[in-house]
Write a protein that binds this ligand. Structure first.
Ligand SMILES: [Ca+2]
Length: 205
């Protein structure tokens, strides 16, 4: 006989394994080396591409983080990007991350100095624009529907109207940590799991 608590626990394990599979490599940056890229020479490591002075440093949540910092450049933004494969077209995925301001040289912002983009760093490719001026980590997330089996997720800081962010000129850089990209379980598949578990329970009786 299979106990009710066992069935519920099994459903819980299945749900956790479905919802928690992180498709991003080294999302906590702990296995990467400390150091920065320079414009024209990306730092490529552990699935990530860091560009325009972006790189890896401490100040993480905890440990290491990516620094979205381009030293206030007027012509480009610091970006940390990763191409994720094995996606299912039409399926919904959630990207989640921790972020905090690294250095705010502006005093006030535009409300849009941080961005998350899909495949290209344009307004059309933007999944998320935001700004954080309080120096503590916060977790944010955004969802998208895959239109290809692979997509490139791009995190950028120091966005302003000189590049592709909000109105006004600002110089707000960020730290990024604990990046996750996972499939959102469909309600129908969860119902299927529940029915399967119930059927198992009655068959064993
Ligand atoms: Ca970390």
């Amino acid at each position: 006989m299979v106990s009710r608590s066992f069935v519920l626990a099994a459903i819980g394990v299945l749900f956790a394994s479905v919802s928690a599979q992180n498709l991003v490599l080294n999302g906590d940056f702990e296995a990467l080396s400390i150091g920065n890229s320079v414009p024209g020479t990306p730092k490529v490591e552990g699935g990530w591409i860091f560009e325009n002075y972006c790189g890896v440093e401490t100040n993480g949540n905890p440990g290491k983080s990516s620094r979205l910092e381009s030293n206030g450049s007027t012509s480009f933004d610091p970006t940390a990007s990763q191409t994720v494969s094995g996606l299912q077209i039409g399926e919904t995925y959630t990207i989640a991350w921790d972020w905090k301001p690294r250095v705010n040289y502006s005093g006030s912002g535009t409300g849009r100095s941080f961005g998350v983009f899909l495949d290209d760093q344009t307004y059309a490719g933007a999944l998320f624009f935001g700004e954080r001026l309080v120096a503590t980590y916060v977790r944010s997330s955004v969802s998208f529907t895959a239109t290809s089996t692979s997509h490139t997720v791009i995190f950028a800081g120091e966005l302003d109207n000189r590049t592709n962010g909000g109105a006004g000129n600002t110089d707000v850089s960020y730290n990024l940590d604990n990046v996750e990209l996972s499939a959102v379980p469909e309600p129908t598949s969860l119902i299927g799991l529940a029915w399967g578990a119930l059927a198992l329970r009655f068959r064993k009786k």
